[in-house]
Design a protein around this ligand. Structure first.
Ligand code: NAI
Length: 462
């Protein structure tokens, strides 16, 4: 079969790859996207961000119905969990969104090939699978993402001992779920199953949860999760997991094994470069397996680029999207822009935890003098009306210039609120800029204004 020719072939149809493909097509490149899974959207849409958020929403409503409605004066009869419907709704959300990308590809003229892509040599992409063939291309972008990391002594059996993929589809709430790793995935999915009735034990190797997040926020989150009934064992080294006839047993160093019926392993992710033929093509990787790129996202092989999780940094869908757009704009226009200092991170638990810029720990380590303003949601009218007053906003600003260096929020809708802080930081705003911007009343966002006022000891409502 004669090779099909394209200007750009992107391997991987996740948030990095599909967004890059749409941007490239809109900029006039003849663009193709090779994706192995029948549905576009990658881990994020199919088995990550989106289904987990669907389940977080549903489980939170169930929890609220059981524990919070009475405070609003709403009485309900016998509450019942219909997990099958909950899972079906989640699958429906995923289906609608992944189909939506098919529609966008058609609208903008991106050619889609279903199969595993590899790079035998720069300028060629081989497709194996449904749309098998060989593609000729001027530029290639590797956007193959990441996969769950494993632990020595722990083998996934795709059922009782698994990753987030399995934990998004348990057909009944486990009696006792052991989560290994108190990071983003462990806490989000641990929270889902706790709300749906499971006993959940989270084992974390470090002496704190959420490494990398501001330690004060993480400590507050830890307390809130414990109140919700999540049990934590910190400084805990898992040495193995045994699957038994009924359930499993998790072995930990220096303590008794823990019996449970399911294990979720969430100890980070590793780059997904399987079957890409990177060695054949001569594409270099670092010692952790991440593809090495320059500031234009080009690998050491001319015309071969890489973006998203596969190049490391924060493994976040929106970071991959920014890189995809910057890479394509670099190819077409000669320049592309990405501001790594203003990429937010969000943990979608309840309370939500959101962060942008430097943490207080980082500022201390780097010896940067800073001022700090804090405002608790307890003193925010909207949070009171919502009956959701746990948490606070913390703003860190440069001691001398007042430029905002970091914003950390724990509390209701923190993930949405952090966008304002990201925009402020992208524009180099000072905390005074935030403090003197009118924020609608009554909104949760007023807590940001008040925290900015607090940087100058000018807060009003506390
Ligand atoms: P993570 O890096 O967030 O957390 C992994 C945790 O496992 C860490 O706390 C680590 O100390 C711990 N750990 C490592 N080895 C261990 C061991 N042997 N025993 C016990 N604990 C151990 O990784 P996670 O949660 O797997 O998420 C992977 C990636 O996916 C993250 O980089 C995250 O950015 C991304 N993600 C983002 C989400 C979001 O934006 N809301 C949601 C889910 C994932």
């Amino acid at each position: 079969m004669a090779a099909n020719k394209h200007d750009l072939v992107i391997i991987g149809g996740g948030p990095g790859g599909y967004v890059a493909a749409i941007r490239a097509a809109r900029l006039g490149l003849d663009t193709a996207c090779v994706e192995n899974a029948p549905a576009l959207g990658g881990t994020c849409l199919r088995v990550g961000c989106i289904p987990s958020k669907a389940l977080l929403e549903s489980s939170e409503r169930y929890w609220e119905a059981a524990n919070e409605f009475n405070r609003h004066g709403i009485k309900i009869g016998q509450l019942e969990l219909d997990l099958a419907t909950m899972l079906k709704r989640k699958d429906g959300v995923v289906r609608t969104l992944t189909k939506g990308i098919d529609g966008l590809f058609k609208k903008y003229g991106v050619t889609r090939y279903e199969g595993v892509g590899s790079i035998p040599i720069a300028g060629r992409v081989r497709v194996e699978g449904k749309d098998a063939g060989e593609l000729e291309t001027t530029h290639t972008i590797i956007a193959t993402g990441s996969k769950s990391a494993t632990l020595p002594g722990v083998e996934f059996d795709g059922d009782r001992v698994g990753t987030s993929t399995e934990a998004l589809s348990y057909t009944e709430a486990p009696k006792h779920l052991v989560v290994i790793g108190a990071g983003y995935i462990g806490l989000e999915l641990g929270a889902v199953w706790r709300r749906l009735g499971s006993e959940v034990t989270v084992l974390e190797y470090l002496d704190r949860i959420l490494p990398g997040m501001d330690s004060e926020m993480a400590a507050e989150a830890h307390k809130a999760f414990e109140k919700q009934g999540l049990a934590f064992q910190l400084s805990c080294k898992v040495t193995g997991v045994k699957t038994k006839k009924k359930g499993c047993e998790v072995a930990v160093e220096g303590a008794d094994p823990i019996a449970c019926d399911r294990v979720l392993v969430a100890v980070g992710r590793v780059p997904n470069t399987d079957g890409l033929g990177l060695d054949e093509a001569g594409v270099k990787r670092d010692d952790k397996g991440f593809v090495r790129v320059d500031e234009r996202f080009q690998t050491n092989v001319k015309g071969v680029y890489a973006i998203g999780d596969v190049i490391g940094g924060p493994l976040l869908a929106h970071k991959a999207e920014e890189e995809g757009v910057a890479c394509v704009e670099g190819i077409v226009k000669g320049y592309g822009h990405i501001d790594y200092d203003s990429i937010p991170g969000v943990v979608y638990t309840h309370p939500e935890i959101a962060s942008v810029g430097r943490t207080e720990d980082q500022l201390r380590e780097e010896g940067i003098s800073y001022k700090k303003g804090v405002f608790p949601f307890m003193a925010n009218g909207r949070a009171r009306a919502l009956n959701d007053t746990n948490g606070q906003v913390k703003i860190l600003a440069d001691e001398h210039s007042d430029r905002v260096l970091g914003v950390h929020i724990i509390g209701p809708r923190a993930g949405d609120l952090i966008a304002e802080a990201a925009v402020a930081m992208a524009f180099g705003a000072s905390s005074e800029d935030l403090a003197y911007t009118s924020h609608a009343h009554p909104t949760l966002a007023e807590a940001i204004k008040e925290a900015a006022l607090a940087v100058h000891d000018s807060q009003i409502h506390i």
